[in-house]
Design a binder for this molecule. Structure first.
Ligand code: RIB
Length: 284
């Protein structure tokens, strides 16, 4: 069983569903509203756990009404929370609008995630003991850099999902073993990604491509009824990390299937499929 450390974000997603997303200055009527725990870090942690890995989460929630619910979703999913701090103020939030085609727009306000400044000795032990460190870019960059450096010092593989995309120092790219990007990020980060040994590009409904030392592999899209694409990329990334030890082809197949199933239900953490559901879909 893989052991994964996630150093990342956790948000309360405020999800509004509407037939079509409004243009600038326009008001439209929505069809439903939900609060669903999310955040790229938490989504990937829960996805890795449901894909069969042992997972520890290092992150921060606020003292607001969302903090306890966010902590609980990690606990309910048996993700280790010894590294989860509670900091004074608001938790991270994501205001998400999903249209009837399942596409979304998201505004993230960092809140407590922005206060995750640096790792404690216990956090460093968690990273050192893991097979893979999983990071995204919704927490302060110096913390991502510190976690990646710690991972390198202890032979823990570094999997970076550089999302939301931003420019990163070359020293961080040099620490990355595996990168997961969508097509937009792949185009934006083209030259940086050339230095990364293993790169996975997700293509929405068209599947994903792996490029590594032994060449390229493509997994086709898995046909599903799409309701909400929020968290599908995170589900892909967490599942990939959990199955990385099975080799790129098997990991890619599991990740593509899990990511596709995640689009069939509304909400980020709510839509991450179970181990059994992915196994069944793969057998079909
Ligand atoms: O990747 C999806 C996630 O992005 C959402 O859960 C939201 O919280 C934002 O972080």
């Amino acid at each position: 069983m893989a052991r994964i450390a996630v150093v990342g974000s956790i948000n309360m997603d405020l999800v509004t569903r509407t037939r079509r997303r409004p243009r600038a200055g326009e008001t439209v009527l929505g069809t439903a509203f939900d609060t669903v725990p999310g955040g790229k870090g938490a989504n990937q942690a829960i996805a890795a756990r449901r894909a069969g890995a042992e997972v520890d989460f290092v992150g921060a929630v606020g003292t607001d009404v969302f903090g306890p619910a966010l902590r609980k979703v990690l606990e309910d999913n048996e993700v280790g929370t010894a590294g989860l701090r509670t900091v004074e103020g608001a938790s991270g939030t994501a205001t998400i609008v999903v249209d009837e085609s399942g596409e979304n727009t998201i505004i993230v306000v960092g809140g407590a995630n922005a206060e995750l400044s640096g790792l404690t000795a216990a956090d460093r032990d968690v990273v050192a003991a893991a097979d893979i460190l999983l990071c995204q870019l919704e927490i302060p960059l110096p913390t991502v850099i510190e976690a990646a450096r710690c991972a390198r010092d202890h032979d823990t593989l570094v999997l970076l999902n550089p999302s939301p995309a931003r420019s990163l120092p070359p020293s961080l790219w040099q620490s990355v073993d595996i990168a997961v990007v969508n097509e937009g990020e792949a185009a934006q980060l083209d030259s940086e990604l050339r230095a990364v040994p293993h790169v996975l590009v997700t293509r929405g409904g068209d599947g994903a491509t792996y490029r590594g030392p032994d060449g390229e592999l493509t997994h086709p899209g898995v046909r599903v009824e799409v309701v909400d694409t929020t968290g599908a990329g995170d589900t892909f990334t967490g599942a990939l990390a959990a199955h990385w030890h099975d080799g790129p082809a098997a990991a890619l197949a599991w990740a593509c299937t899990a990511g596709a199933l995640a689009t069939t239900i509304v909400g980020a953490t709510a839509s991450i499929p179970s181990f059994a559901a992915v196994q069944r879909a793969l057998a079909e």
